[in-house]
Design a protein around this ligand. Structure first.
Ligand SMILES: [Zn+2]
Length: 709
């Protein structure tokens, strides 16, 4: 049986080399037209988005789209009762909305990737207009009346059509359609204000650009390669606290505690002045909306249609994990303190927030001989991409091929086409925008650009998505080298892309990642588990200068151990963020808390991880509060389920390369999206309801009492 696994790996290795060789020998990539032709044979349509290239173009497109939104509403609203059909009401709305998104979402990409600050600003203002238009559409009484009249006529519908009707009507109820007309108008007005506040909040974070200038001495310990990328003309080193990579490189490696403190303080003070008042308004507004709709708290409203179902259940889940992790967390903090005492030779000393990443790195290097910088040498960007593709081509029975990119917004952006390996049916497109640029979205995320759905003529419009990333760019004579955690992020974001692209759902409303928010991370988090296996890593990880040099087995074991070693702190920090989010949004009387949100968040951090320093305001730049409100718990929630799902692969002979389990994952989870209750899809995959044990075991914690998720 071991033999079978070796054989699969051998086939994989051969195909990696074959594909590298094929690419190297090729003059150009296939074009979208080549793929489109094949797509049409299968009754599917691939869509290359139409990215506007000037402010004028955004302006004229916007006018057209806003008119289209009105036309869509009118077409449903003007139907007489005897004319109502499923097709001209619910389906028309789903299709119409998706086609509008086809034109809106490219502007969202411009906002997040354009090299031109004015374009970004204009695109951002435009997105705000669309958001408002969307809310206005949702509050169109006349549209609602047509839909409700059809829903009330008790039509005989297929399961999926009925689900669409039920979900849309539930959303209307959640919008306040069961309220008196004046009250509903008040809710609508508040929603619009909230939407505007959310945009301001995010915009302020994106634009919060400070620069800290250091001498080389002050940054002693920071990798040379990174320093070379931040040196200015005067020979000073410019650290930008809004760039994640700048933060991780300096806080992990700078030996000078004052330097780390300065950087940490700048990081946790971003947008402080502008965003705290906005946050206060958001929290208040959300509470008012939730209460007006008949919920005790905003979190109750937000979680009602998620797996958690209520604010209390989400909060209990977080507190439960805080307790389960306590002994491990305390042990880790004691180890960090001991390391600090040893390094400084001082006894009366405490661990500060800016010490944590640094001493974790020190301990990792010492205990696991794990040198992040050395490890990076084994993960050149191109090899990671190719290797990841090859792995999931096998696991999901798909093919991924780079195609000529007709819409380049940066020369490094690549476009890929995904097809089913057995039937060759094209399944979708995705862009990868790998490296940071001034003004570009500064984290890692998947953006949907074209949603997947079945059009009325039976053609299936496949998804197009973009992975916007910020890996360290190549340096002279050196490729882009990823840290191990960035490789994980790459696999994670790829999971989101697959969730969209593999979707086979009839309606865009249920397509791919349109699952409950506390489940949406699961299909991504599960893919991170592939990186825990040497067999899998050997498929692509090799020293960039010496291809035959694979990751030493002890390193892989060390990565695993190091991952577990810091897991207590890491998850407690996740829980801190989740609990801060819940404290703001699962609160019946916000007047108690709103005047001192910073104090509130400090209290939680002090109890569950480590207090934020005096004068900082972490929450001001906690972007999740703009759109992941009462939802941050979902990361840990999804992680618990992902661990359970990963254990299904681990239990097979072929482990993570098990095609049967992979195909089951594709069918039951990735293809299904939200076309059925996620709890049922999970049961299809797991054969039972999810459990917490696998997650706790994966963290290296031995015994727990039985607990569900
Ligand atoms: Zn994610």
């Amino acid at each position: 049986m071991k033999f079978l696994r070796k054989r699969i790996l051998l086939i994989l290795l051969t195909s990696i080399f074959a594909s590298v060789a094929a690419n190297a020998g090729m003059m150009g990539f296939p074009t979208i037209d080549d793929y489109q032709e094949r797509a049409h044979q299968y009754g599917v349509e691939l869509v290359v988005p139409d990215f506007p290239t000037s402010i004028e173009e955004i302006e004229s497109t916007t006018a057209e789209i806003l008119a289209e939104i009105n036309t869509l509403g009118d077409s449903i609203a003007m139907l007489e009762v005897n004319e109502l059909t499923f097709e001209n009401t619910f389906q028309a709305m789903d299709v119409g909305t998706a086609l509008i998104y086809n034109r809106v979402l490219p502007i969202n990409i411009v906002m997040n990737t354009s090299q031109d600050a004015e374009m970004r600003k204009f695109a951002s203002d435009t997105m705000r207009k669309f958001r408002a238009a969307n809310i206005e559409f949702n509050y169109r009484e006349d549209v609602y009346h047509s839909l409700k009249a059809f829903a009330d006529s008790n039509p005989e519908l297929s399961d999926i059509d009925q689900r669409l009707v039920d979900e849309v009507m539930a959303e209307y109820r959640r919008l306040g359609y069961e309220l008196a007309i004046e009250e509903r108008a008040r809710v609508e007005a508040m929603q619009k204000e909230l939407s505007s506040l959310r945009y301001d909040f995010r915009e302020n974070i994106r634009e919060a650009k400070y620069e800290l200038h250091f001498t080389k001495e002050a940054l002693d310990g920071v990798p040379e390669s990174f320093l070379n990328s931040i040196v200015d003309e005067e020979g000073m080193y410019v650290v930008r606290p809004n760039v994640t990579n700048h933060i991780s490189q300096t806080l992990k490696f700078a030996k000078n505690a004052d330097t780390r403190e300065k950087i940490y303080l700048a990081r946790t003070s971003r947008a402080k002045e502008v965003n705290i008042p906005i946050l206060q308004e958001m929290v208040t507004k959300r509470n008012q909306i939730g209460t007006a709709l008949g919920y005790k708290t905003w979190a109750d409203y937000r979680t009602e249609n998620r797996m958690a179902g209520s604010g209390q259940r989400a909060q209990d889940f977080l507190e439960d994990l805080v307790i389960k992790l306590e002994p491990k967390f305390q042990q880790e903090m004691a180890d960090l303190l001991a390391a600090k005492k040893e390094e400084t030779g001082l006894e009366a000393i405490e661990i500060q927030p800016w010490d944590i990443a640094y001493y974790q790195e020190q301990l990792n290097q010492k205990q696991f001989q794990l040198d992040t910088e050395k490890l990076r040498q084994f993960f050149p960007y191109e090899k990671c991409i190719d290797g990841m593709f090859t792995i999931f081509e096998t696991v999901f029975d798909i093919e991924i091929e780079e195609i000529e990119n007709p819409t380049i917004w940066d020369p490094n952006v690549a476009l890929y086409a995904v097809s089913d390996a057995t039937t060759e049916k094209p399944l979708g497109l995705f862009y990868v925008d790998p490296f940071p640029r001034e003004g570009k979205y500064n984290h890692f995320a998947k953006f949907t650009i074209i949603p997947g759905l079945e059009l009325p003529d039976g053609t299936y419009q496949r998804s197009t998505v973009a992975l916007i990333c910020n890996f360290a760019p190549p340096e002279e004579g050196k490729p882009s080298l990823l840290t191990f955690s960035q490789v994980k992020t790459l696999f994670h974001e790829f999971g989101h892309a697959m969730h969209s692209i593999l979707s086979e759902v009839k309606y865009s409303r249920f397509s791919g990642t349109s699952v409950p928010r506390d489940f949406v991370e699961t299909p991504s988090q599960i893919l991170e588990y592939w990186l825990g296996e040497k067999d899998v890593l050997d498929l692509f990880a090799a020293h960039w200068q010496e291809q035959s040099e694979k990751l030493p087995a002890e390193w892989v074991e060390s990565i695993k151990q190091a991952d577990i070693a810091n897991a207590g702190y890491r998850y407690r920090r996740q829980l801190t963020y989740g609990l801060i989010d819940m404290a703001m949004h699962h609160c019946e009387d916000v007047s108690d808390i709103v005047d001192d949100l910073v104090g509130l968040s400090n209290e939680i951090a002090a109890r569950t991880t480590i207090a934020f320093p005096e004068g900082t305001a972490f929450i001001a730049a906690f972007g999740h509060l703009s759109n992941y409100d009462a939802g941050y718990y979902g990361y840990a929630w999804a992680d618990v389920i992902a661990a359970d799902m990963a254990a299904q692969f681990q239990a097979t002979e072929d482990g993570f390369m098990d095609r049967e389990t992979g195909f089951k994952l594709r069918k039951t989870i990735f293809e299904t999206g939200n076309s059925k209750d996620v709890n049922l899809s999970l049961r299809d995959f797991l054969g039972r309801d999810p459990e917490m044990d696998a997650f706790i075991r994966a963290l290296g914690i031995e015994s727990i009492e039985a607990s569900d998720t």
